[in-house]
Design a protein. Structure first.
Length: 133
C-alpha cells in the first residue's frame, strides 16, 4: 500500500514528506480524494507546523463539500502562516460556501490587507460581488 510506504519514509526523511505530497497531488489529479486526504493528513500529522499541508488539505475538503472541516484546517494554516494572503482567500471561500458570510468577508478583508496588489483582489472581487454589503 503506497500510503503506508510513504508515511514510513516521511518519518525518517524530508524526501519522504515530498513523496507524500507528490502522492497527494497525484491522487488529487486522479480525483482520488480519499487517498489525497489521507496523504495530506499524514503530512500534517508528521509536520504539524506545515501551513501548506493544512492549506492544501483545507482546499481539498472544500472540494469535497466538507466546509466546516475545511474551515478548521484553513484557520490552522492561517495561524501558521498569518502573512499568506492565499490562505485567507481560501478561508474566505470555505466560509462563504458554509454560509458564514461575515467570517468570509472578514477573511477576505484580511487577505486584502496582507497583499492588496496581487491577484487576490481580482480572484475574490468577482467571487464576493454578490454578497450583501
Amino acid at each position: 500500500h503506497a500510503l503506508g510506504y510513504y508515511k514510513s519514509a516521511a518519518r525518517t526523511s524530508g524526501a519522504g514528506i515530498s513523496k507524500l505530497n507528490s502522492l497527494a497531488e497525484h491522487a488529487y489529479a486522479e480525483n482520488n480524494y480519499r487517498l489525497a486526504e489521507a496523504a495530506l493528513r499524514s503530512v500534517a500529522q508528521i509536520v504539524p507546523d506545515s501551513a501548506e499541508a493544512r492549506r492544501t488539505l483545507g482546499v481539498l475538503l472544500v472540494k469535497k463539500g466538507r466546509y466546516d472541516d475545511a474551515i478548521t484546517e484553513l484557520q490552522a494554516a492561517g495561524k501558521l502562516a498569518p502573512g499568506s494572503a492565499d490562505v485567507f482567500v481560501d478561508l474566505a471561500i470555505a466560509c462563504d460556501r458554509a454560509g458564514k458570510h461575515d467570517q468570509a468577508r472578514t477573511a477576505f478583508e484580511y487577505a486584502l490587507r496582507i497583499d492588496p496588489e496581487i491577484g487576490v483582489r481580482r480572484r475574490m472581487t468577482a467571487y464576493f460581488r454578490n454578497l450583501e454589503p
